[in-house]
Write a protein that binds this ligand. Structure first.
Ligand code: ACO
Length: 430
């Protein structure tokens, strides 16, 4: 049924603006012609009320704590699927058939090698380089080795999309492991055909030339789950960046590289690193969380891994990850005092008026860091793990932009608050 337009009254005029309704009944006022009609623009610093696109990849209902990839609930995918199958779903919009999945997996396995020329790029980074800086540079550099895929000619880049997608899914894993190995002076390890994606990642990170890393199935499963839970999350900071870069016509490698940079910050993907650093500090200070919660009340601290722009309820991914924590620690025969602190902090925050009144619940990063730490991933590589997981989403969202013939370049407006017209004063008169 056609929806009645919204009416906006400004000064002495009323403007009619079309209403758009999404498949999950999400409602929007279409202001695309607002400026042309009225001379006014919409102001929405932080974009909390702005739909920047139509997208069919991921649905989130933040009030109800719902997350679905291509219509499938995250809980069901976490239980029944695995990262590579979910990656196919996210990118192509449907679950793969058996032969499609086999071919997708073997293409990913077959794309794992990195051009030998790129080793010298690794050698140029100091040992102190942050892995997110290394990854972002390397993803963009990767494009230099496949010029036929990075022409910035939409039709051509789209014709290579299937190859570019499997390459990125595979090589982001190799590049991450390489960053770790080179930094630690270890030889590069390439994947084994018998291992799945996550098993191979652990193998490439931790095997020695004289002994394979013993991959524990529960550990590989937990890592796979972390990848799967991060596969997409609609228009967050890094994905919006990927779409922004892509909207100018840039290729997939450049857009994904920009996504890594946007993910890095502690308010976004960097939160998993920040959570562990916070828990370590609380532990080192001999605090059981009480003083830290008090500092939050006074605006002097932030409980990293809590709160979310969209979820005003429990992040469904946090529930799934939390359940995995005990399994991984048991599989590895470890106890972690930080997990006890995390549990106490969560318990307190959930019954604390400051957090309750602001709808602050644990997000996916609150517990994922504890699993990654138990596996032996260095803290400064946690956000890189997030980037590996997010790659299918970035590819899918790049594809939506590239396949849309009506796509406009993203170019927000602003409210100028600087000086009005001034007259230049020669230096001798100042
Ligand atoms: N700890 C303490 N107080 C918080 C927290 C927190 N983690 N998060 C928000 N608040 C408070 C703010 O200080 C503000 O309080 P006020 O109303 O008294 O000023 C109120 O809650 C609203 O917070 P905003 O910052 O306006 O919420 P916004 O939606 O802009 O931010 C964000 C969301 C960035 C995730 C924020 O909650 C945060 O910084 N959390 C910690 C970092 C984090 O975990 N990020 C990961 C997000 S998930 C992801 O990217 C995978």
């Amino acid at each position: 049924m056609p929806q009645a337009p919204a009416k906006l009254s400004i000064e002495d005029k009323v403007y009619e603006l079309p209403v758009i309704i999404g498949t999950e009944n999400e409602k929007a006022v279409d202001i695309r012609n607002l400026r042309a009609q009225s001379g006014f623009i919409a102001y929405d610093d932080g974009y909390a009320n702005t739909g920047a696109c139509e997208s069919a990849v991921t649905y989130i209902d933040g009030d109800a704590g719902i997350l679905r990839y291509r219509g499938y609930p995250i809980e069901e995918l976490a239980e029944k699927s695995y990262f590579i199958e979910t990656a196919f779903l996210v990118i192509y919009g449907r679950l793969p058939g058996a032969s499609e999945l086999t071919s997708f997996r073997s293409k990913i396995l077959g794309s794992a090698l990195i051009h030998e020329g790129m080793r010298s790029h690794f050698a140029g980074f100091p040992a102190t380089a942050h892995p997110m800086a290394v990854l972002s540079s390397m993803l963009n550099t990767l494009g230099c080795y496949y010029p036929e895929m990075v022409t910035n000619d939409r039709e051509n880049d789209l014709a290579h999309l299937d190859t570019a997608a499997t390459m990125l899914l595979s090589k982001v894993r190799t590049l991450t492991a390489m960053a770790f190995r080179v930094r630690n002076g270890l030889p590069i390890v390439y994947p084994k055909p018998a291992y799945n994606y996550s098993e191979n990642f652990l193998h490439m990170m931790f095997s020695q030339p004289y002994a394979d890393y013993p991959v524990h199935p529960d550990v590989a499963k937990a890592l796979d789950l972390i990848f799967l839970l991060h596969a997409d999350h609609e228009q967050n900071c890094s994905t919006s960046t990927v779409r922004m870069v892509a909207s100018g016509g840039a290729n997939l490698f450049a857009s994904a590289s920009a996504g890594v940079c946007a993910l890095w910050g502690p308010l976004h993907g960097g939160a998993n690193q920040a959570v562990i650093e916070m828990l370590e500090k609380i532990h080192a200070d001999g605090d059981d969380g009480t003083r830290f919660i008090q500092a939050c009340h006074e605006g002097k601290g932030k409980l990293m891994g809590f709160g979310h722009r969209v979820y005003k309820n429990y992040d469904p991914r946090a529930k799934i990850i939390k359940a995995q924590c005990d399994k991984v620690l048991a599989a590895l025969g470890r106890k972690d005092p930080l997990l006890d602190i995390a549990r106490k902090l969560e318990e307190r925050a959930l019954s604390d008026d400051y957090f309750k009144s602001r709808n602050l619940y644990p997000n996916v990063d609150f517990y994922s860091g504890i699993i990654l730490r138990a596996i032996g991933i260095p803290t400064d590589m946690f956000t890189v793990i997030f980037a590996i997981g997010r790659m299918p989403g970035w590819i899918a969202q790049w594809k939506e932009i590239a396949e849309n013939p009506k796509q406009k370049i993203h170019r927000p407006r602003q409210i100028y608050t600087g000086e009005t017209l001034r007259k230049y004063v020669p230096i001798a008169q100042r």
